[in-house]
Design a protein around this ligand. Structure first.
Ligand code: ADP
Length: 259
């Protein structure tokens, strides 16, 4: 049953779930969902019991990235069984509505959907539930950061100034609601040409590391812009499970060890 909401709102723990770790970004398109799915699979690979909550209500990408289709079943018409692939349990609004349907919901409906996906789902015993948050620092994100009992947040940013500015806003949002920021990951950190091997700093490079130092948070690691990262996650078999020996999979497992 539901625990009572105390003075801290609905921040009651989720039964059976030890830690909820949010993956957040200040803006869209920086690779937040790609990072969330690979981090979840990396946490699984290092031996933890893992779930993945797709809280990106307006743009759910986890059904596709996890290679899962179908609808969750319900044992009693109220609680939902999550779907599962690669040993990770997943819940997403994308299982409930067709991909091309726009989610035209206001904040309160978003919050109620998230609360249901969090609390009315048979997660079972989990060491970590990774939550792929919607991009940005709007009202919905703030409410979510306040109401979901987060153990910590990981922020994904590309290296250039504008993305970092948004990442900084995200960081301040979590600080405001007293959610520990576990660190920053720099995605699309540089580009390695698959033909000649030359490296290009497409979005500049190292900005997130410098920013992390300045802000006093951990720098967790960097992932290059690499077609293999896109093809594998867009194809439903993310690089951590499809190419476990690749340097990128190793980076994700190293990050998983640190969060
Ligand atoms: P966000 O969740 O921040 O909106 P996504 O994770 O959905 O971003 O990524 C946006 C697109 O960029 C996707 O097609 C994804 O496969 C691709 N992508 C993300 N990270 C990388 C990367 N490091 N290298 C190549 N493509 C990437």
């Amino acid at each position: 049953g539901h625990a009572q909401a105390g003075p801290a709102g609905q921040k009651a723990a989720v039964a059976g779930v030890r830690h909820i770790v949010a993956v957040a970004s200040g803006k869209g398109g920086v690779g937040k969902s790609t990072t969330a799915v690979n981090l979840a699979l990396a946490l699984k690979a290092i031996g933890l019991r893992v779930g993945l909550l797709d809280a990106d209500i307006y743009g759910p990408s986890q059904p596709r990235m996890m290679g899962i289709s179908g609808k969750p079943t319900s044992p009693d018409g109220k609680r939902l069984n999550p779907l599962e692939n690669y040993g990770v349990k997943v819940m997403s609004i994308g299982f409930m509505v067709p991909e091309e349907t726009p989610m035209i919901w206001r904040g309160p409906m978003v919050m109620s959907a998230i609360n249901q996906m969090l609390r009315d789902v048979e997660w079972g015993e989990l060491d970590v539930l990774v939550a792929d948050l919607p991009p940005g620092t709007g009202d919905a994100q703030l409410t979510m950061a306040q109401q979901v009992p987060l153990s910590g947040a990981v922020i994904v940013s590309t290296p250039q100034d504008i993305a970092l500015l948004d990442a900084r806003k995200g960081l301040n949002m979590f600080r405001k609601v007293e959610v520990p920021v576990l660190g920053i990951i720099e995605n699309m950190s540089y580009f390695l040409c698959p033909h000649c091997g030359e490296r290009s700093d497409v979005f500049s490079h190292g900005g997130a590391r410098r920013e992390a130092e300045k802000l006093g948070v951990e720098f967790l690691g960097e992932l290059p812009l690499d077609m293999a990262i896109r093809e594998t996650s867009d194809g439903g078999h993310p690089i951590v499970v499809s190419q476990p020996e690749s340097p990128h999979a190793k980076t994700f497992r190293a990050i998983a060890e640190r969060v």
